[in-house]
Design a protein around this ligand. Structure first.
Ligand code: HEM
Length: 365
């Protein structure tokens, strides 16, 4: 027999009002908390907080918004090739592309500029980004520069330097005082500045050494971690010229040189890992490690063909340096997480712009 429902008493009726009010208050608090979390994540409550969007906005102000292009290293060219692993890296890391064998590579040479139509002679920093794919689909993506150290150690300093390098609309150039002030208040930039002032200029992407600059960790089969940085060391002798002579070669001399060299045969670099000694800094890319650190030659990169970026295989690759296979992990360097987040934002912008048919370089033609 169903038990008869008790008739509502005056006291239970009286308590349903406050209970409803408490429920409504809980819902209101939950809604405001999620709105506040949303606003916080979006940076609306802390407009001065450094976000990937603010960094990418600042990068986009250094020579016209490079619509449809990477917001840094905006002028580049795609390349194809293979990585021939020597097998020597397997003692340090379980990464599948370090096992002796040959693995496909899609890469991109570039100059570190915010202008996709920049004159090649303006690119003090040249770069090579590569994606090596293992048979099981795992990827090793790496963006490397030809400087021996990075200019700053933290995302905040990178942002401040980028803001200092913004183009002054009155002069069409960065404000020299802003750049001087930045250098004077960031002494950690001195080793990079010294390199930029004294390193020889050359006529080619082919003769440059490209360095990871950030440290990473190789994890071996026993689970031991080895702090490393890696470099692509060229087998091509450098063609050194005075910087003043480069302008006469035309705005795209690096791309023309690359295509001319590849027409004659592949270009090669050795991929060399440098092992840190205990105490070597892994969280500061402005500091070089002493030159006597042991190295292991992981293999050889063979670049066999070049493709213009507009329709090349590298165009839609985000060379996020934290996309790593098993056996390689990021270090404690704070630049790595910032690179990952800003490259994603830059990638989202440029691919959306291209999908809408917007490209700064197309408009310029
Ligand atoms: C906080 C520090 C850094 C920030 C915010 C930053 C930002 C960026 C951005 C937004 C791009 C364009 C990415 C894309 O659209 O695909 C880029 C490209 C690149 N960056 Fe950085 N970067 C930083 C540090 C570094 C460091 C330490 C290196 C060291 C080698 C580096 C090397 C490169 C290279 C090689 C590219 C070109 C990749 C390509 O060709 O696609 N960057 N950077």
């Amino acid at each position: 027999m169903p038990r008869p429902r008790p008739a509502a008493t005056s006291s239970s009726r009286a308590s349903s009002g406050p209970r409803r009010a408490v429920g409504a208050a809980i819902i209101a608090i939950a809604c405001s908390a999620s709105a506040a979390a949303f606003a916080y994540t979006g940076g609306w409550l802390t407009p001065s907080r450094l976000t990937p969007e603010r960094i990418v906005d600042a990068l986009s102000m250094r020579g016209g918004d490079p619509v449809g292009h990477r917001r840094n290293h905006s002028k580049g060219i795609c390349v194809l090739g293979t990585f021939e692993a020597s097998g020597a890296g397997t003692a340090l890391s379980t990464a599948p592309m370090l096992v002796r064998g040959s693995y496909p590579v899609i890469g991109r040479f570039a100059i570190a500029t915010g202008n996709p139509m920049a004159d090649d002679a303006s690119g003090r920093v040249r770069s090579l980004a590569i994606r090596i794919v293992a048979p099981d689909g795992q990827e090793w993506r790496s963006g490397m520069n030809n400087s021996p150290v990075f200019v700053v150690a933290t995302p905040q300093a990178f942002y401040e330097q980028t803001v200092a390098a913004e183009i002054d609309p009155a002069t069409g150039r960065p404000n020299p005082q802003a750049l001087e002030h930045f250098a004077a208040t960031h002494r950690e930039t001195a080793p990079f500045a010294q390199w930029a002032k004294t390193a020889p200029w050359t006529t080619s992407y082919a003769d440059q050494q490209y360095n990871s600059l950030n440290a990473f960790r190789f994890i071996d089969a026993q689970g031991a971690s080895h702090a490393v940085r890696w470099s692509l060391v060229p087998t091509t002798a450098p063609d050194i010229v005075p910087v003043a002579a480069l302008a006469a070669r035309g705005p795209d001399f690096l791309e023309r040189d690359l295509k001319a060299r590849l027409a004659k045969g592949p270009l090669t670099w050795h991929l060399v890992a440098t092992l840190a000694a205990p105490g070597d800094p892994t969280a500061d890319a402005t500091k070089a490690w002493p030159p006597d650190r042991p190295t292991v030659t992981l293999g050889t990169l063979h670049v066999t063909a070049a493709q213009d970026e507009a329709n090349g295989a590298c165009r839609d690759i985000n060379y996020d340096p934290t996309v790593l296979p098993t056996g390689i992990k990021p270090s404690d360097d704070p630049l790595l997480a910032a690179r990952s987040a800003t490259y994603a934002d830059s990638f989202d912008r440029r691919t959306a712009e291209l999908a809408q048919g917007n490209s700064a370089s197309e408009h310029a033609r």
